[in-house]
Design a binder for this molecule. Structure first.
Ligand code: ME8
Length: 523
């Protein structure tokens, strides 16, 4: 039977800056989702990459006295390095300077033009380079010295130039109809309402080309113009599949995408512009766009000038890779804003990874090591309490976790996993195998077997979040490498009595509650 496809994407990141905790967050979330789906039997494509054109990159390069291509080559590598550091399992890393991508962007432009949705006009209005976005006068506030400020806080400048326009104003009703027919398209729900009211308030035509710089994809048939960076960037999601060849194997298999994950800052581009471009070009619209919230650092907005931008290296070096991945997925309900605080990290890791899961694994395996000659014990005859725990740790847990993953609710999925670890810790205290050792050694073996089996299931389900630690747990209960996908969760007799287990070693050490050395300034 062929596997069901699942296509997930991160935004492609601008190369004018170093990766930080925000980029790490989106990419880790997609990685956790991609790993979950692979283990759950899907044929996954996980795409990420870098957004390399546009005025922002052009000016960043000029400032450093290098060519834009040199800058993008240099900085794009930082994002790949971030992925290696964070153990990200992307299937493809796309760069918008790839020649195949540029061809795809020109092709989609041509389709929109053929559909009558592009015209040449003159743009006069406010533009924020920082956001690479146009704003209406009514959206702006007055800043110091007569500057105009966008709702994001970015300064805007008045631009006047010849420009091609996309007839976005003609797409309002069709977009609203689309949202109505696809209630799951924009998530979380409260974000959906924001987008709907934005569209209902009336859409202006969108300026989609520039003539004042040339760092971009050329407009077909008019070499004075390069395309607006968002037409270019959004198209990465299909150029990666071989577009304009809509008959290519990947395009046919993976498009429309199952989910584009983005931060809330760029939801409008993904939920309004992108579906309009696609419909205009006669292409299918992605199934879902999920906008997550914003990270702050110790209660403050992160900024270069405050010097409080948290880097992925700082997190991994200070707290560990698995701890960082776990914390980010657990601390904040996906969709809400979050705060990175040293204290919360230490508390989370110590309470849930070290004291709960780590301790369960450690005390079970050390008793097996000491009292069962280091071998998987004979299950003997199971009692009702044993079956109850095994049921909770088997299909029941998988179904609960899968249900949360379907909604990208990573923290709730972890709650369901921790719940099982709590039940197992209560079981071990209640059954007290250390006492049974003298009073009823057969029963002790049954109890330790049931615990080992529970740990096997926990190890399996934890893999998407903490792949290295989960695999160390699975090694310690003797699970073969080819028995680690979710079809084995709750499987009967998966652990074979008498299998020799390696000497147990702690997987989740406690973090010391000391303020870490300040990270090197990233600016
Ligand atoms: O917008 N908290 O790129 P970008 C959480 N190139 N997430 C954060 C964050 C924070 N403080 N800061 C950044 C672009 N992010 C375009 C995208 S897609 C076709 C083009 C994450 O480098 C979050 O995912 O500015 C946000 O949407 C993204 O980085 C913006 O990255």
């Amino acid at each position: 039977m062929s596997k069901k496809p699942f296509y997930i994407t991160t935004p492609i990141y601008y190369v004018n800056d170093k990766p930080h905790i925000g980029h790490a967050y989106t990419t880790i979330a997609c990685d956790v989702m991609a790993r979950f789906k692979r283990l759950d039997g899907f044929d996954v494509k996980f795409l990420t990459g870098t957004d390399e054109h546009g005025m922002k990159v052009y000016q960043a390069a000029a400032k450093q006295g290098i060519s834009p291509q040199e800058l993008t080559d240099r900085v794009s590598v930082n994002f790949r390095d971030m992925n290696r550091l964070l153990n990200i399992s992307e299937d493809q890393f796309i760069r918008t300077t790839d020649p195949a991508h540029k061809k795809a962007v020109q092709a989609i432009w041509q389709k929109m033009q053929d559909a009558g949705d592009i015209y040449l006009g003159k743009y006069a209005g406010w533009y924020s380079m920082r956001d690479e976005a146009f704003y209406g006068e009514d959206e702006l506030t007055d800043g110091p010295d007569g500057t105009k400020i966008a709702p994001t806080g970015a300064p805007c400048e008045w631009v006047e130039e010849e420009s091609y326009f996309f007839k976005l104003s003609a797409w309002g009703d069709r977009l609203l109809k689309f949202y109505e027919e696809h209630p799951d398209f924009i998530q979380p729900d409260y974000r959906r309402n924001e987008v709907i009211s934005f569209v209902k308030s009336g859409l202006r035509d969108l300026s989609i080309s520039r003539t004042t710089f040339d760092w971009g994809v050329q407009v077909p048939g008019d070499e004075k113009h390069v395309m607006y960076v968002w037409v270019d960037a959004l198209t990465n999601y299909i150029s990666a599949l071989g577009y304009p060849d809509t008959e290519s194997e990947e395009y046919k298999k993976y498009w429309p995408a199952d989910v584009h994950v983005t931060g809330k800052d760029i939801l409008r581009f993904h939920a309004v512009y992108w579906p309009a471009f696609l419909m205009s070009a006669g292409l299918e619209v992605p199934k879902r766009v999920y906008a997550h919230g914003w990270w702050m650092a110790e209660g403050q907005k992160m900024s270069k000038s405050l010097g409080n931008v948290i880097s992925p290296e700082h997190l991994v070096n200070t707290y560990g890779l698995e701890q960082t991945r776990y914390f980010m997925m657990r601390e904040v309900i996906f969709g809400n804003d979050g705060d990175f605080a040293h204290k919360s990290m230490v508390n989370r890791v110590n309470a849930e990874l070290a004291n709960n899961i780590g301790n369960l694994v450690q005390r079970t395996l050390s008793q097996i090591n000491k009292n069962c000659e280091g071998q998987v014990p004979d299950p003997g005859i199971l009692e009702d309490v044993d079956h109850a725990l095994l049921n909770h740790a088997g299909q029941e847990m998988l179904i609960a976790v899968r249900n949360e993953f379907d909604k990208l609710q990573f923290s709730r999925a972890l709650e369901a996993i921790i719940h099982v670890a709590n039940l197992a810790n209560a079981y071990i205290d209640e059954q007290a195998p250390w006492t049974l050792k003298k009073t009823n050694p057969e029963r002790m073996k049954t109890v330790l077997y049931v615990l080992a089996e529970t740990i096997r299931n926990l190890g399996l389900i934890l893999q998407p979040f903490v792949p290295q630690a989960a695999n160390r747990i699975l090694d310690q209960v003797g699970v073969a490498p080819d028995a680690r996908d979710f079809a084995f969760i709750g499987a009967q007799h998966a652990l074979v009595k008498g299998t020799l287990l390696p000497k147990p070693e702690g997987v989740f050490p406690r973090l010391v509650d000391e303020e870490p050395a300040a990270q090197e300034k990233t600016a």
